[in-house]
Design a protein around this ligand. Sequence first.
Ligand SMILES: Cc1cc2nc3c(=O)[nH]c(=O)nc-3n(C[C@H](O)[C@H](O)[C@H](O)COP(=O)(O)O)c2cc1C
Length: 196
Amino acid sequence: MKVERKPSPLLYPCPVVLVACPSDGGKGNIITLAWVGVACSEPPTIGVAIRPSRFSHGLIQKSRDFTVNIPSVEILREVDYCGVFSGRDVDKFAKTKLTPAPAKRVKSPIIKECPVNLECALKGVHKLGSHDLFLGEVVAVHVDDRLINEKGEVDYTKTKPFVYIQGQYWSLQKPIARSDVGLLEGDRNLRKIRGR
Ligand SMILES: Cc1cc2nc3c(=O)[nH]c(=O)nc-3n(C[C@H](O)[C@H](O)[C@H](O)COP(=O)(O)O)c2cc1C
C-alpha cells in the first residue's frame, strides 16, 4: 500500500554545493544550496534554485556568473555555516576560513578547499514562486589533481561528497555497480544485444 502525501518537492537525495559569487568590495559571498541539478549536457548547464530574499540572489544577477563548488565531508561545518548566515551580516570567507581563488573564465571566485569547481556563466533566471531557477552554463571545470588516477579519471572514492535529505546531511559510502551495463540482463547478454 502507498500513502498519498500532499504535493511537495520530495526528491532525494539532493547534492549539497557551495555557490560563490562576487560581493561589492569583498572577497565574495558563499551560499549553501541543495536545490541543484544538471539541466543540460550540451551546452553543459547547471540549474540552482535561490530564494529572492537571499543576498546571493541579487549578487548573482549583478555579476551574471557564479561558481558551483562541490564540498567534501571535511568541510561539512563550514558548508552548514554558509547555509545559516547571510553575507549581508557576515563575511563568510573570513568566518569559515575557506579560501577564495580566482576563477579562469568568470568573475566569481572558486573555493580552494572544494575538490571540484564549476565556473558558470548565467544563462537565464526563471521566476517560479518561492525560488528562482538560475541556469548557469559551465564554462570551466577544475579538479584537484590528487583525485585523478593514473588513467586520468576522477577517483570519486576520494572526493568524499555528501548529500541532503529532508533536513539531514548523509554521507555516501561506496559505488555499488557500474551504470548502463544492463544489470537486469547481465553484462554478457547486453554485450550480445549490442553486438560487442
Ligand atoms: C543544506 C542547506 C541547503 C540549502 N539550500 C538552499 C537552496 O537550495 N536555495 C536557497 O535559496 N537557500 C538554500 N539554503 C539556505 C541558504 O543557504 C541560506 O539562507 C543562506 O544563509 C543564504 O545566504 P546569503 O544571504 O548570503 O545568500 C540552504 C541551506 C542549507 C543549510
